[in-house]
Design a protein around this ligand. Sequence first.
Ligand code: ZN
Length: 272
Amino acid sequence: MLLTLKDILKLEKTVAAFNVYGYEDAAAVIRAAEALGKPVILMTNKDAVNFIPIEVIGAMLVVMAKAAAVPVCVHLDHSRDEDDIRRAIASGYTSVMFDGSQLDIEENLRITKRVVETAHASGVSVEAEIGSVGYSDPSIQAKAEYTQPDQAVFFAEQTGVDALAVAIGTVHRMKIQAAQLDFDLLGTIRATVSVPLVIHGSSGVKDEDLAKMSEMGVNKINLGTSLRMTFGNTLRKTINENPDEFDRLKFFPASMLAVEEKAKEKITLLSR
Ligand SMILES: [Zn+2]
């Protein structure tokens, strides 16, 4: 069942959102959600839509979401390009993120408002970001800045976004679970901001802190790197163990199963 972000976030205290890069990991994530009977959000980031055109991956994910036995939202992650956002809306995505975190707040506010107007006219939800979640990958230039609660309140009210990503110490692309989170800041933001909250960079968050973020009322938790590592590392192992095999279709099932298990593990941590 295909749902918007606004609607899927009403179904559970916290909904897991996973970055996917093709059929294999998307199918594995849906299977994990179905096995647990939980809604899930499939996201495509910049890397994914640079590799597969938005129209192609969007159409595929929408078909998969509609066929799923659980509610699924198809979300464009971290777009800074309004044209890509329009293409995603035209391709059936039910949610888009405009990432203005690198802009000054006035500019972020101005463009986010415009995106909300366009997306809402088509019944599509919008996530935006205030403050900025940085990257552990040194090749990605992005500032990191904790969210100021008063700015978040103002931004959410002014823009009418359906969900707001905030920065409380997570870092994108962390390969180990070692992020130091400012739970006091999260508590203040949660107590003052009325819209659903999103935490990015959650692969780097310790298991107990994932559960704690859920308990504290974070509505959407983004996970990318942990599944990406699981898929790629399992794929490498499978290929190394089968030097005479050439058929890619023989390589994928082990990675898909590993991703399904990892996704189940994360969804379960957020459902306690
Ligand atoms: Zn992110």
